[in-house]
Design a protein around this ligand. Structure first.
Ligand SMILES: [Zn+2]
Length: 233
């Protein structure tokens, strides 16, 4: 029997049949109730010394930020998980200016990240701002991972990734400012967007680009990845 954690299995699923199916090296962040990480190198999950590698969800994005269950403060999990989205919404509501969010929280006992996303795409500014913070936290952690690993692809999956439209713009505005590796290897359209903002980013490498994209497999990625494991054993 082979045991593999969900985030690793999801990464392998995306590598096998999903967004990264033509690549041997990739990284995946899974945004669910927490934030999981998976790293595939040479077509195989990289486990590290004791199986604890790729805990990207516990990379620090804000040194004095919200306390995390892991003992650290300001982990990306505290800003980019479904749990964090609901917490940030409740903080906004407590602040007193988020009237739409307050109304939604009052009327729905299962006040969820999905409800907050629906308000965001309807244009509610406090809800939109929460997803900007999600994207900024992801941009910061992705910039660190990109600088460290220089992989061809980074996939964002998990339930929260269905809110891609709401948080992705903040990822792509954060990345070129925080990662020189990304700035040098971003796809042309991203580079131009960055050049428009920063005025000096020049594409240097013709073919090899850093792709940050959403998962293709949805919640099936973990199942497909798990199915793949016995084949690699
Ligand atoms: Zn943590």
């Amino acid at each position: 029997m082979i045991l593999e954690n969900d985030a690793n299995a999801a990464a392998l699923g995306e590598k096998w049949l999903g967004a990264a199916r033509d690549l041997d090296d990739m990284c995946m962040l899974t945004l669910g109730t927490g934030v999981g990480g998976g790293l595939v190198l040479g077509g195989r999950i990289f486990h590290g010394m004791t199986g604890m590698a790729a805990e990207f969800g516990h990379f620090t994005v804000y040194p004095d930020g919200h306390p995390c269950n892991c003992g650290n403060r300001g982990c990306v999990e505290q800003y980019a998980s479904a749990t964090a989205i609901v917490r940030m919404a409740r903080e906004e509501i407590a602040g007193g200016s988020a009237t739409q969010l307050a109304r939604a929280a009052e009327s729905d006992p299962e006040f969820s990240a999905k409800i907050i996303y629906n308000l965001a795409i309807q244009g509610d500014e406090p809800a939109r701002d929460i997803f900007r913070r999600v994207g900024e936290a992801l941009g910061i952690v992705l910039a660190d991972i990109i600088n460290g690993l220089n992989l061809p692809m980074y996939v964002i999956g998990g339930g929260v990734s269905s809110a891609w439209e709401a948080f992705a713009p903040a990822i792509f505005s954060t990345l070129p400012r925080r990662s020189m590796v990304y700035a040098a290897t971003a796809p042309p359209e991203r580079t131009q967007a960055a050049a428009g903002a920063a005025g000096e980013v020049q594409p240097r490498t013709a073919a090899r680009r850093t792709i940050v994209t959403r998962a293709l497999m949805g919640s099936d990625a973990g199942l497909y990845g798990a199915a793949r494991l016995p084949l690699l054993a």
